[in-house]
Design a protein around this ligand. Structure first.
Ligand code: NAP
Length: 247
């Protein structure tokens, strides 16, 4: 996987939903999926930022994407259902989801974490992964071969002081991935997690404001893992949690 090179047609005629596609890792991976032929559904909460990604994809000559804005913090279950209905009505199919959208707050002890921040982080990082997956499973069932990728973190495997609800949400995402993968074993749908590792983005800068960001890998440098797990070349892999920056 470390040396994987995706063929130019890896995701040709596939429709892939990328959450949090307006910035950071999600933006770069959405571009990469489009580069190898996918019609990408760009999800985020900021329409202007999504339109800028849309324009980049069109200007590069890749398949025309779609934009689906939805703020995950306060979205209702009906809005998740309507997101899936829109995909069915506008695009007619869905072959993969990259659950990438994520939220972090200032790091600090659980003792001083407010209920509001706790709920917001659980809503964006965990509940939305369930709600989007649940709404979209009927569409994914109709795909010849579908892939769901969730996004984990190092602090989702070993707890660390001050990472509070963010770490807890990522532990739960690992659990969600394992449970769903086991339920779907032998079906047309695979479910795996990626831990991107320390990556040069806005979120990383919030968590580590004093760090030299030029020492970090860019999203482009870890993209091959996201390509591999989304395409049929990883067809036998299910229920794994993969490090995009293995030690
Ligand atoms: P990022 O640059 O902050 O991007 C996060 C994305 O999620 C953005 O598109 C953001 O939209 C979107 N988002 C946040 N809150 C949202 C909401 N309420 N509704 C809809 N969309 C929302 O972060 P990143 O570093 O690329 O992180 C991507 C994923 O990797 C996350 O799940 C993160 O936990 C995980 N991760 C990152 C690192 C790292 O070192 N960077 C390490 C381990 C795991 P806006 O553009 O509107 O803000």
């Amino acid at each position: 996987m470390e040396n994987y090179q995706a063929p130019d047609d890896l995701l040709k005629e596939r429709v892939i939903l990328v959450t949090g596609a307006s910035d950071g890792i999600g933006k770069v991976i959405a571009m990469e999926y489009a580069r190898v032929g996918a019609t990408v559904i760009l999800h985020g909460r900021d329409t202007a930022k999504l339109e800028a990604v849309y324009d980049e994809i069109v200007e590069a000559g890749y398949p025309q994407p779609a934009i689906l804005p939805l703020n995950l913090v306060n979205a209702s279950p009906e809005q998740f259902k309507s997101l899936a209905d829109t995909i069915r009505n506008e695009l007619g199919r869905l072959d993969g989801i990259l659950h990438n959208a994520g939220m972090i707050s200032e790091l600090g002890p659980i003792e001083y974490t407010s209920a509001e921040i706790w709920h917001q982080i659980m809503q964006v990082n965990l509940n939305s992964v369930y709600l989007i997956t649940h709404a979209c499973l009927p569409l994914l069932r109709e795909s010849p071969s579908a892939s769901i990728i969730t996004t984990s973190s190092g602090v989702g495997r070993k707890g660390r002081a001050f990472w509070g609800p963010y770490a807890v949400s990522k532990f739960a995402v690992e659990g969600f991935t394992q449970v769903l993968a086991d339920e779907l074993e032998g079906s047309n749908i695979r479910v795996n997690a990626i831990n991107p590792g320390a990556t040069r983005t806005k979120m990383r800068a919030v968590a580590y404001p004093a760090e030299d960001k030029y020492q970090l890998k860019t999203p482009e440098q870890i993209a091959r893992y996201y390509l591999y797990l989304m395409g049929d070349d990883s067809g036998t892999i299910n229920g794994q949690s993969i490090d995009a920056q293995p030690k």
